[in-house]
Design a protein around this ligand. Sequence first.
Ligand SMILES: NC(=O)c1ccc[n+]([C@@H]2O[C@H](COP(=O)([O-])OP(=O)(O)OC[C@H]3O[C@@H](n4cnc5c(N)ncnc54)[C@H](OP(=O)(O)O)[C@@H]3O)[C@@H](O)[C@H]2O)c1
Length: 319
Amino acid sequence: MRVFLAGGTGAIGRHLVPLLVAAGHRVVVLTRSSDSAAALASVGAAPVMGDVYDQARLARLVAESEAEVVIQQLTAFGTKTGDPYAETMRVRVDGTRHLVAAARAAGVRRFIAQSISFVCSPLGTGLTDEETPLYLDGPASVRAFVESVASLERQALHAKGMSGTVLRYGWFYGPGTSWDANGFIPCAIRDGTYPLVGSGAGTYSFIDLRDAAAATIQALAHDTPGIYNIVDDSPVPLNEWLPFAARLLGAPPPNREDAAAARERIGDIRVYYMNEQRGASNAKAKRALDWKPAHPSWRAGFEALYLNRLSPSPPAPRR
Ligand SMILES: NC(=O)c1ccc[n+]([C@@H]2O[C@H](COP(=O)([O-])OP(=O)(O)OC[C@H]3O[C@@H](n4cnc5c(N)ncnc54)[C@H](OP(=O)(O)O)[C@@H]3O)[C@@H](O)[C@H]2O)c1
């Protein structure tokens, strides 16, 4: 298939591009970086230089790619200047709008977009599924973030003339992510600044980056529009994974922090994650996309990451 990929140079893109090429797809990848363009070419993709906010150029690049499918894997949490939440909200709302418009104008048939599984309503018990409403009635700062996810999903699912698929990935872990051995979270755990907030009941559904990329390949192979949770088989509360990770990292047990105090210090959204979020079910993706995680448990994944038992992974493009 001919594929136009936006967001092919980040954490998931580094795994996804080689899989797409190996599956025989012709892959055109948008990037703003000439170093990343060279890295993409070296793995058999066709890089094109451009910014998703440059609408006219984007429309031309998508048309020239003659793509049948546009894949949106954009986020901007790695932004060094400014607020990464604001940048990611912008790319989800405006970036998706520009990509959908470019795809429609070029007669593209399908649109596949990256979303997240961990902004569903915390009301209710057990795992969330694809029918669970997004958490649009939380505190204002959470609501603004979740509205950007809702906008992305609406645009992807209801793009006129195209079938839309939304992949709600769990919490990425693996090289190059916040959970990398030297990533933000292990560093904070080591220096005792990653607290166990409230009762630590927030339940995380993790996903190994390689499984997330493999699910995207399956979504491409199955033209079954809709929303799919792409998460591992082992949802786990903060009060379980955090002490486990601390032990693996040789760090002291995490400090406890009262939820109200944490809200003041780190904000509503992180308190929601640490104390309130529910895990997600992957049953629908297993059933409809013929996918299952090769790394079903974050436990083995964290052991591999933190005890140096990792198999080699694709190198990060230089920025
Ligand atoms: N589900 C999850 O847990 C989840 C989801 C997303 C991110 N994260 C984590 O957050 C961290 C940083 O992620 P990140 O958001 O910085 O993603 P990233 O992994 O750096 O990837 C961002 C991608 O979006 C592209 N992009 C962003 N803005 C663009 C624009 N204006 N025009 C064109 N392309 C644009 C980048 O392309 P170029 O830079 O090549 O132009 C890049 O390919 C990682 O640790 C990642 O694991 C986690």
